[in-house]
Design a protein around this ligand. Structure first.
Ligand SMILES: Nc1nc2c(c(=O)[nH]1)N=C([C@H](O)[C@H](O)COP(=O)(O)OP(=O)(O)OP(=O)(O)O)CN2
Ligand code: ZN
Length: 147
């Protein structure tokens, strides 16, 4: 059985070597969809009976590990020295530095790596992260799937 929880957040970024407008500083209303697989919990009387995982727990973990960290932050590539240096001049600015250029593909892959260990099989129902779908815009998204 697969379940999916969607969360949204706002962040700034740029793609420094892009040959068009994405090299400019700009932002997106990102959306992330977290898809988990597992067996339906059958334990009579358990709060999660009939669920793979409580959607509120899926949300809580995603918020703690990722959404609260990336929301209203500027997502910047470590190699984008000009912007890194500029952001460092702003006291207490919320900046998240990545080892890769913050494209939808790289953000989806980074999100998968961050969240995979966080969704543990705590109910003995073989719970596993299967896919992260990261929307940069309503029309553009990237999928990182378990290989
Ligand atoms: N494969 C990728 N291509 C592009 C990415 C990306 O992450 N992966 N990112 C961008 C830019 O960040 C840009 O903000 C989004 O591109 P664009 O298609 O121009 O977006 P629009 O707002 O114009 O979307 P519409 O749906 O066409 O309005 C570029 N490419
Ligand atoms: Zn963009």
């Amino acid at each position: 059985m697969l379940i999916t929880r969607r969360l949204e957040f706002d962040a700034g970024h740029r793609i420094p070597n892009h040959n068009s407008q994405c090299r400019h500083l700009h932002g997106h209303r990102y959306a992330i969809e977290i898809t988990l697989s597992g067996e339906i919990i059958k334990t009579e009387g358990q709060s999660e009976q009939g669920m793979v995982m409580d959607f509120s727990d899926v949300k809580r973990i995603a918020q703690e590990k990722l959404v609260n960290v990336w929301d209203h932050a500027f997502l910047v590539y470590r190699g984008d020295k000009q912007v890194c240096d500029f952001l460092a001049t702003m006291p207490d600015h919320k900046t998240v530095v990545f080892d890769v250029v913050p494209t939808a593909e790289n953000l989806a892959q980074t999100a998968f790596e961050l969240l995979d260990p966080a969704y543990q099989d705590s109910y003995g129902n073989h719970l596993k992260l299967e896919r992260i779908r990261l929307f940069e815009t309503p029309n553009n998204w990237a999928d990182c799937v378990r290989s």
